[in-house]
Design a binder for this molecule. Structure first.
Ligand SMILES: NC(=O)c1ccc[n+]([C@@H]2O[C@H](COP(=O)([O-])OP(=O)(O)OC[C@H]3O[C@@H](n4cnc5c(N)ncnc54)[C@H](OP(=O)(O)O)[C@@H]3O)[C@@H](O)[C@H]2O)c1
Length: 253
């Protein structure tokens, strides 16, 4: 005898058009979720992600928003909820601009931009999503943080690391406060992944990082998407508040 029909979950992926977010979009679409991708610019990469997700037969919505502008994250969540008929899942994968500088050269503007992009976007988007998540099915949130939040902090990534740690604090607070509403909140922390985000780095940086990784390669967007998929799944139903490294053993907890 079959059980009650399970309806697709409704997932919003901030920064779901390219890179790691695009791999998450496709992973969730492939397992039957309806997805809304929020991104800033129309691009060939965004079209490819949408087309790939549509192949799985579910609903795919795209929402253009500049998430760095206050009130845009909340507006994007409202649009996503309206188009999908609610929200069960949120993945925070939008990338804040990356500036590599030593601490004594960092400006307040560099740090503020990271705090805005990493934590304020999440703060605003999730506050807006909360009422829908409370009504959602197996509601869950995953933050994409970074392996810089585990162990030794890398040199020159100060603003980025500060922003990601602030987001880690938000993730842990939400995990505690929202547990009573059955909304789980977790993070994944990938190591270096060759997306457009880091294409300014010389190739030898990637080669050296792979050599220093115990599993002897770099992370792929699909590695992180699989970890996100697990944390969003019913199999992770008793897991909340964790920060899971996806780093080939490069950082461990
Ligand atoms: N790549 C790595 O080595 C690495 C390692 C660890 C953690 N991470 C983290 O993983 C996340 C994704 O990084 P990625 O490498 O996948 O970056 P990416 O390839 O550059 O993709 C960034 C995504 O964020 C969107 N986005 C950026 N700024 C936005 C804004 N202001 N408003 C709306 N959408 C915006 C982009 O949309 P548009 O195309 O429209 O701009 C795109 O969908 C980030 O949080 C990053 O810190 C990355």
């Amino acid at each position: 005898m079959s059980g009650p029909a399970v309806r697709p979950r409704r997932a919003v992926i901030l920064g779901g058009s390219r890179g790691i977010g695009a791999a998450v979009t496709e992973h969730l679409a492939a397992r039957g979720d309806d997805v809304a991708i929020v991104h800033r610019t129309a691009s060939a990469a965004a079209d490819r992600t949408r087309t790939a997700a549509l192949r799985h037969g579910g609903r795919v919505e795209t929402i253009l928003a500049d998430l760095s502008v206050p009130e845009q994250p909340a507006a994007a969540m409202a649009t996503a909820a309206q188009r999908l008929g609610g929200i069960d899942v949120v993945v925070l994968a939008a990338a804040a601009p990356l500036t590599l500088k030593r601490m004594q050269k960092l400006t307040a503007a560099d740090v503020t931009a990271q705090l805005q992009g990493s934590v304020m976007v999440a703060f605003e988007a999730l506050q807006a999503a909360f009422p829908w998540l409370c009504e959602g099915q197996d509601a869950a949130v995953v933050f994409i943080l970074s392996s810089c939040t585990v162990g030794t902090a890398p040199s020159q990534y100060g603003a980025y690391t500060i922003g990601k740690y602030a987001a880690l604090g938000l993730m842990r607070t939400l995990a505690t406060e929202w547990a009573s509403r059955a909304v789980r909140v977790n993070a994944v922390s990938p190591s270096l992944t060759l997306t457009e985000y880091v294409d300014f780095l010389p190739p030898q940086v990637g080669q050296q990082a792979a050599e220093h990784t115990p599993l002897r390669r770099l992370a792929t967007p699909e590695d992180t998407a699989a970890a996100v998929g697990f944390l969003l799944s019913p199999q992770a139903g008793f897991i909340t508040g964790i920060n899971l490294p996806v780093s080939g053993g490069g950082v461990t907890v």
